[in-house]
Ligand binder design. Structure first.
Ligand SMILES: Cc1cc2nc3c(=O)[nH]c(=O)nc-3n(C[C@H](O)[C@H](O)[C@H](O)COP(=O)(O)OP(=O)(O)OC[C@H]3O[C@@H](n4cnc5c(N)ncnc54)[C@H](O)[C@@H]3O)c2cc1C
Length: 457
């Protein structure tokens, strides 16, 4: 898409938005979503009721000399990486699921195995073009008159406006990633190793260009340390019969192409493809390779939620109801072991994904309470748990929310939340949020952050 075509699409969108009668609910008409809030509404409305943003799903320009990309706000990381890898470049942080978009990762945050080096996806943006809630189209940078919006956009979840395009920095890649999986037998040993890697940039002689981890049990945890490499004595392929997360337990060392490394978690949606049978050898052989993707599984989950199939079967079999516990939380590394022990004792779901991170620079982001210089670990857990007798939906999620607060952590908002409104705005900087809301969506055309992320409207 050319810059002129983009400008024309922006003008059309602005007119369409202005023509909507005040009070009409505004939603993005997108074909994919990675949100996990199904309570009162489908996450993305269909094209007939939503804002048509299909023109903003393209890479506009990759500039190899400057190492930047100018990208439509609804572009998926899959498409973006295809375009940048051609120049042996990649975004500084690539969220693991192929259909996560730039706009989604910036307004809804993201984290991946480069996050200890490079922070979060929004920290490598240099300019945002935003359709604000009040209908203006503004360009926001860290230093211009819209710097407040630039800083306040991350974690605003489309409640201040929508990103139409983003300029981001890129970094050079090598063709392969050399992985080593290190096992730990206590959460404390594992978290100590994270702190060491954060300080030294390597572990047992292996450079940590990438770092994440998988906890199968409190006495079986792995850190996977990845180093860029120009050579690979062999290359594994986890898009076929082999499954990436099971390989972590059986191999000490591995090699992947950079593309396969970036999407290593997508093929089996981490481990969440298990309930569909895709991890059974026979089903896997029959399940077409092109459908072994996170967006396919998510659509199946959305269908299940819409028609209540699993809930009906659970009730028919007279099994206790199950609660969906799908969350990512960030805990300071010194409390990470406490969180893992709490989680194993009280929720008991496994595996748990672990991704160390710290802010890339000194700049803080008002709606996301991370402190510069501090090392955190993102713990991700995605599944359902049987409710104990007498407990109702929300029991486990509230336990997690309380523990996260106790350990001085914070919770991402892409899934269900149960905070009371005053507590929510205390945790997510309501004061600055409302100042931005009045400045950029004074008429309140878009939902508020609480309405969107907690009430599920
Ligand atoms: C099982 C699971 C695992 C996950 N793991 C990870 C992970 O490991 N790493 C990670 O980074 N993330 C992870 N996520 C979270 C995911 O990154 C966020 O949900 C992200 O916001 C999704 O982006 P999306 O592009 O799919 O946006 P959508 O799902 O379409 O939308 C997300 C929110 O962002 C808003 N939005 C979307 N596009 C724009 C835009 N252009 N401008 C402004 N607002 C917009 C929407 O209104 C909505 O509120 C995970 C989610 C799940 C369910």
């Amino acid at each position: 898409m050319t810059a002129d075509a983009h400008e024309a699409a922006v003008a059309r969108l602005r007119e369409a938005y202005a023509a909507w009668p005040p009070g009409t609910p505004v939603r993005l008409a997108k074909h994919t979503s990675n949100l996990f809030r199904f309570r009162n509404a489908t996450p993305s409305a269909g094209p007939q009721t939503g804002l048509d943003v299909s023109a903003f799903g393209h890479v506009l320009r990759v500039d190899p000399a400057r190492r930047t990309a100018w990208v439509g706000g609804m572009t998926t990381y899959e498409d973006l990486c295809e375009a940048t890898l051609r120049h042996r470049l990649m975004p500084l942080v690539v969220p693991q699921l192929k259909t996560i978009t730039l706009g989604g990762a910036i307004s809804g945050l993201g984290v991946e195995s480069t996050s200890l080096r490079n922070g979060m996806p929004h920290e490598s943006m240099t300019e945002l073009e935003i359709l604000a809630g009040d209908g203006r189209v503004v360009r926001a940078t860290a230093g211009n008159e819209h710097a407040d919006l630039f800083r306040g956009f991350p974690n605003s979840y489309g409640t201040l406006g929508y990103t139409l395009s983003v300029t981001i920095e890129l970094e050079p890649v090598q063709p392969f990633v050399h992985l080593r999986h290190f096992r730990f037998e206590t959460p404390e040993a594992c978290m100590n190793a994270v702190a060491r890697i954060a300080a030294e940039g390597s572990f047992r002689g292996h450079r940590a260009d990438f770092l994440d981890g998988t906890a199968f049990a409190p006495d079986e945890l792995y850190l996977t340390v990845g180093a860029f490499s120009d050579v690979a004595p062999w290359r594994s392929d986890y898009t076929g019969q082999q499954i990436y997360y099971t390989s972590i337990r059986s191999a000490n060392e591995d090699f992947l192409t950079i593309r396969d490394y970036l999407w290593r978690w997508d093929t089996d949606w981490f481990w969440c493809s298990r309930p569909f049978g895709v991890q059974k050898p026979l089903v896997r052989r029959l399940w077409p390779r092109r459908y072994r993707r996170s967006d396919v599984y998510r659509k199946l989950v959305a269908l299940d939620r819409r028609y209540g199939l699993t809930d009906t079967m659970t009730a028919r079999r007279q099994h206790p109801p199950r609660e969906m516990v799908v969350q990512d939380v960030e805990i300071p590394v010194e409390h990470g072991a406490d969180f893992l022990r709490f989680f194993a004792a009280n929720v008991g779901m496994s595996p748990v994904w672990m991704c160390p991170l710290r802010l890339r620079g000194e700049r803080a982001w008002p709606l996301w309470p991370m402190r510069p210089g501090e090392v955190y670990v993102n713990f991700g857990f995605w599944g359902t748990v049987s409710l104990p007798a007498g407990r109702t939906d929300g029991y486990f999620n509230r336990l997690v929310e309380d523990e996260v607060a106790k350990l001085d952590g914070h919770k991402s908002l892409y899934s269900t939340s149960f905070y009371a409104e005053d507590e929510f705005y205390r945790r997510y900087n309501g004061e600055e949020y409302w100042a931005l809301k009045h400045a950029y969506d004074g008429g309140g055309r878009l939902l508020s952050l609480y309405e969107k992320c907690v009430s599920g409207r």
